[in-house]
Design a protein around this ligand. Structure first.
Ligand SMILES: [Zn+2]
Length: 402
């Protein structure tokens, strides 16, 4: 942030500020993506970059620039900060938002101006700004708020404008190809290397059941700090949980409702079937603090902080979440709010699911027809539909498969 309010008068200037954040992300060794938040006079309100990786360790798989920007905004509001409504603000991002960030932007109601396309995980992966993935009402909103300005130049980085018109306060609506090229190539340069540098996870046959730890072990203490009932339930490993899990979900769902949510709760079971957490969302604090978001972030932060405290030993007991099971009380649907969770799930999995864990993502009660949900997920951008193959299954269906 600059000390004096900086007024951003054209799209190139905004994209260049986003590109500054891209370079900082590159230096941090995380995914090179960044952005700025502007009000509708062009005033620079905040600047942020990706923070998925810190010190070569996964810090928070959901710490994308846009997601953090939106939580920052609602944090300011909750502390009495005077900021315009989301509809009067624009997120300018170096890279097309992923499903989680697009869902967050659409659900919270911000405008967005995008520098580079992302044909793997961007919501506009087909680069036509037609958003075929989205349900009709969400698609209409994306078409009126997601702007892909023209890029000036003679190379393949140049493009014509698509999507919504750029916000009116931009006097000049064009990005220079050098800025665009930096946003894209710096991201692509970190795509594989960052994933490799954080890959410290053990294969499942080297994991140890955390219930074998002493009661005063720092891992047990840290789990209890997040969820006092941790390890009190154990279901069949990598299969469907039984009815005994339901009371944990309904208790958390009651808190979710008190905190402004729909009565959602998400349980994380480990590779052995132990319940690690079952948490509600906190929509009252921020409309994007969903139960899944808080569950996956709590687990990532737990592993990150224990790694600083006790070193690699943490990974023997707390494996990569892809080897465990997420159980939602309410299944996803095709709303913007659910897109946040489906996208954050993809960011949590990071890559292909283990072949022997097809029931990784389960839900108790369906929110939409399961066949329609599978079709919707199959239409998500390629990272989600073809690499990770996000496919939530109802607990009852998973039980029959087992
Ligand atoms: Zn994102």
């Amino acid at each position: 942030m600059t000390q004096n309010p900086q007024i951003v008068t054209d799209v190139e200037m905004a994209a260049a500020l986003a590109a500054d954040q891209v370079l900082q992300a590159f230096d941090q060794g995380t995914f090179s993506v960044g952005g700025v938040l502007l009000d509708n006079t062009g005033k620079l309100i905040h600047a942020l970059h990706n923070n998925v990786v810190k010190a070569k360790t996964t810090f928070d798989p959901t710490a994308h620039g846009e997601r953090q920007m939106i939580d920052w905004y609602f944090e300011q509001i909750s502390q009495g900060g005077q900021l315009p409504s989301p509809a009067e603000m624009t997120v300018v991002t170096s890279l097309d938002p992923c499903c989680m960030c697009a869902g967050s932007i659409l659900h919270a109601g911000f405008n967005v101006t995008v520098a580079a396309f992302d044909t793997q995980s961007g919501i506009n992966y087909d680069t036509k700004a037609d958003f075929p993935t989205l349900a009709p009402t969400v698609r209409a909103k994306a078409k009126s708020t997601f702007s892909y300005p023209a890029v000036n130049g003679t190379t393949s980085f140049a493009r014509s404008a698509s999507g919504a018109p750029v916000p009116k306060f931009f006097a000049q609506p064009v990005i220079d190809e050098q800025t665009q090229a930096l946003c894209l190539t710096a991201f692509l340069a970190t795509l594989g290397s960052v994933r490799d540098s954080v890959s410290q996870d053990l294969p499942p046959d080297e994991l140890i059941d955390p219930t074998t730890l002493a009661a005063d072990d720092p891992i047990i203490k840290a789990l209890q700090d997040i969820y006092p009932q941790t390890l009190q339930y154990r279901g069949p490993a990598r299969s469907a949980p039984d009815q005994e899990l339901l009371p944990y979900l309904t208790r958390a769902a009651a808190i979710d409702r008190q905190q402004g949510g729909p009565g959602q709760a998400v349980a994380l079971l480990d590779y052995f079937g132990n319940l690690l957490f079952c948490l509600p969302g906190n929509i009252a604090a921020s409309p994007i603090k969903t139960a899944f978001m808080l569950t996956t972030r709590s687990y990532a932060f737990l592993r990150y902080s224990l790694k600083q405290q006790i070193g690699q030993r943490v990974y023997q007991y707390l494996g990569h979440p892809k080897y465990g099971t997420f159980v939602f009380l309410l299944g996803p649907d095709d709303s913007a709010a659910s897109l946040i969770d489906l996208g954050a799930y993809g960011s949590t999995m990071e890559g292909p699911l283990p072949q022997d864990n097809p029931n990784q993502f389960q839900y108790w009660n369906a929110s939409m027809d399961p066949v329609a949900l599978s079709a919707y997920c199959a239409g998500l951008p390629p990272l989600y539909s073809q690499v990770i193959k996000v496919n939530p299954v109802q607990v009852a269906v998973a039980a029959k498969r087992a």
